[in-house]
Design a protein around this ligand. Structure first.
Ligand code: PLP
Length: 399
């Protein structure tokens, strides 16, 4: 099928919640993808920070195909070997002792919220249930995770929201001190706010949050759905800031492209999720856990967090040079390979023109262009992307 044939079927049969899309991607290899008409693109969206190993990495492909021949799904009524091996690997590589697996970021956050409440009520009493989240945060699209998300645009029209949430400014300890009450059970925060416009906190923010939570019997939850798996320059975003959480959630890049989410925590906190208290039919099934295990091992073996840090610095340097040339760029910010260029104009035209020229980018909100390429990129790929981005800005400046 061609792009336009696929587009026609989509407009007829798909709910329009994603809006209009110009191309269908049908094949990928490394940092490149091809559309249904055979055109090649350099992919700087990477499935929204998901394809950290690029497209169809041979180790992930082989893990999936081998597992698919053996066993795809059985439910959590039975033990699953790839699931326990993946949990062991996550425990070895992180602060966490124990894992719960689900299928998405929103579900991982739901699990974190449920665990934080159950643990805190058992330990400190029935009223200890309030959760503080940040303005401009993003935590998912279920009713409770849009409530946790401190942005009205995700909530509007879906009220009533879940009770028990309160929002404070990100990167602001005073706001935390003013916001907590004796009923606060957890503070939930992204180490770097990505969907909120790529906001990197000051270096002492997470360490200060850690101290504050310890002193006030509050659990610290990191939503690392987008930051985990090497993108910030370390395997987990929190390592970049040197402050561990009590509970972490991950999803996007965890499975190397397959849908898997994980909520991980310390053993004494995990005890509150007693048998029967939480579950997921597909969560941690053999297929996705095999893919995730291959993906995480490859990220570690190939030192991809280090490459993310190096390439991120190179990309930021190149973008800062473009900023000197084009006043259309207001600010460049980021950490590792989470990089944003805030524009003085709407980003939509930039994204569309880049696509025409073979570069896949996307825009957060109205005007922050997001650069989240696979972690396997090299300087040459970045040069190609910068050339195209520069051409687009130059065209727009002339018009
Ligand atoms: C993408 C994202 C989510 C939601 O993940 P889904 O898999 O879409 O449910 C939650 N939190 C953060 C920080 C994200 O980037």
């Amino acid at each position: 099928m061609t792009n336009s044939e696929i587009k026609e079927l989509a407009s007829k049969y798909l709910i329009n919640n994603y809006g209009e899309r110009q191309i269908a991607l049908v094949r990928g290899e490394g940092v490149y993808v091809w559309d249904a008409d055979g055109k090649r693109y350099l992919d700087f969206v990477a499935g929204i920070s998901t394809n950290n190993l690029g497209h169809c990495h041979p180790k992930v492909v082989s893990a999936i195909t081998e597992q698919a021949k053996k066993l795809i799904h059985v439910s959590n009524l039975y033990l699953i070997e790839p699931q326990v091996k993946l949990a062991e690997r996550i425990a070895e590589l992180s602060f966490a002792d124990k894992c719960f697996f689900c299928n998405s970021g929103a579900e991982a956050n739901e699990a974190a919220i449920k665990l934080a409440r159950k643990y805190s009520k058992e330990k400190f009493g029935e009223n200890k249930f309030e959760i503080i989240t940040m303005k401009k945060s993003f935590h998912g699209r279920t009713i409770t995770t849009i409530t946790a998300t401190g942005q009205e645009k995700y909530q509007k029209g879906f009220e009533p929201l879940s009770p028990g949430f309160k929002y404070v400014n990100f990167n602001d300890m005073k706001a935390i001190e003013d916001g907590v009450t004796e009923n606060t059970c957890a503070i939930m925060v992204e180490p770097i706010q990505v969907e909120g416009g790529i906001n990197v906190p000051s270096d002492d923010y997470l360490p200060n949050l850690r101290k504050f939570c310890d002193n006030n019997n509050i659990l610290l939850i990191y939503d690392e759905v987008q930051t985990a798996m090497g993108r910030t320059g370390k395997l987990f975003g929190y390592e970049t800031f040197g402050a561990e959480p009590d509970i972490i959630t991950m999803a996007k890049a965890l499975g190397g492209g397959v849908p898997i989410g994980c909520m991980a925590t310390k053993a004494h906190i995990a005890e509150s999720l007693t048998p029967g208290s939480h579950a997921s039919t597909f969560g941690g099934n053999p297929l996705v856990c095999s893919a995730a295990l291959a993906s995480i091992n490859t990220i570690v073996e190939e030192n991809l967090p280090e490459n993310a840090e190096k390439m991120g610095k190179y990309l930021m340097q190149k973008l800062l040079l473009l900023k000197e040339k084009f006043p259309l760029i207001k600010e460049v910010r980021g950490r590792g390979l989470i990089v944003g260029a805030e524009l003085n104009i709407e980003g939509k035209e930039v994204v569309n023109k880049a696509l025409e020229k073979g570069l896949i980018l996307n825009c957060i909100g109205t005007n922050v262009i997001r650069f989240v390429p696979p972690l396997i990129i090299n300087n040459g790929h970045i040069d190609q992307a910068i050339d195209i981005f520069g051409d687009v800005l130059s065209e727009i400046t002339k018009n």
